[in-house]
Write a protein that binds this ligand. Sequence first.
Ligand code: T4K
Length: 397
Amino acid sequence: MKRDIEDFAIFGGRPAFLHPLYVGHPNIVDRDRLFDRLNWTLDNQWLTNGGPLAREFEDRVAELSGVRNCVATCNATVALQLLVHAAELTGEVIMPSMTFAATPHSVRWLGLTPVFCDIDPRYGGVDVSAVEASITERTSAIFGVHLWGRPCAVDELEKLAAARGLRLFFDAAHALGCSSKGRPIGGFGDAEVFSFHATKVVNAFEGGAIVTDDDELAQRIRSLHNFGIGMEGFNAAGGTNGKFNEAAAAMGLTSLDSFPKYTRHNQGNYELYRSELAGVAGVRVIEFDPEERNNYHYIVIEVDREVTGISRDLLMELLHAERVQAKPYFSPACHELEPYRSQRPIRLPHTEWLAARVLAMPTGTTVSREDIRRVCNIVRIAVERGRDITARRRQDA
Ligand code: T4K
């Protein structure tokens, strides 16, 4: 346990952890089930191109999201690109800047312009009035993002998109198994996109999925993600290779089997972070709405430097020295990253305010309750001695 600032590894103390604690360390899967599926795949020699495990995975993701169609893909970035292409979007797409670079990159990669707008700083969801103010005659779509698994303002965005004749899609990379006003994420807007990257709550090594109730859109995407091959030959819109292979599907299905267990574990971790940090002035665990279904996968704290005397960045540096690999998701926000920063310099005050304060903390099934108590002890002492640590750091530099 750390007792004084001399105990911190940034000042020469011994790191609290021998092995790093990660955000996004893959959840533990049942190996026997995984190897059974892989053996079955190898016994039957069907490895990709819409194989049986990929189809089973799609059915399960569609059911979980309460929609008719799911097309699984090699990752969520390609899924977003497929959506842009399949929906024939043009010109500008409005989205929050407080997201991972994959959201704007997928649009830009296809020659369109991501237009960033500000957020509601309380929870990081896009500010609907800012979206409305960003609409121009070049706007073809809105991309909402369910940041850290907290649903954005889906109803308001649906109303706005309908009123202005725009397509509406959601980057739901973080939000598998979550709900908004009791309705599962996956069924909002024209389509939603999940990620099954190794760091996500349910992982397929790499993977993504587009879920939608628009049958025509789904059929088009299914063709486009397989070189444009469709019922009647090749698609006039071309195509790419965005397919989900059987090894990924075996992992995805096995990970889905344990999803309820992961959620329970994550919820326990979230509640423990909340109780351990409850009395720490200037540190807030960003809440999940207890009335909704949540996957509790991203546990994010907000650090108020005015109160703590230690900046988010210095706290992160201190945690990293203790081998606690907290991540500043998502800082800098996308409008402050290249190529966007140079191409369209803008200021988004709420986004910049939140991005400078947030830190995603280690969690998931590889992180134990004892680990969390030790992490919170470091945060508590670092904050109690925040001003001394900041002064000492300045002195050392
Ligand atoms: N939209 C949103 C809102 C997203 O957040 C993402 C992806 C996407 C779209 C696109 O989804 P995909 O195309 O990836 O399906 C990671 C992930 O690579 C990325 O998928 C994810 N979001 C993003 C939030 O996090 P990095 O650059 O932070 O990854 P990295 O390599 O630093 O790994 C994060 C932590 O996880 C590390 O501290 C170590 C740990 N880790 C990672 C891997 C890959 C492991 O312990 N084991 C592993 O196998 O982007």
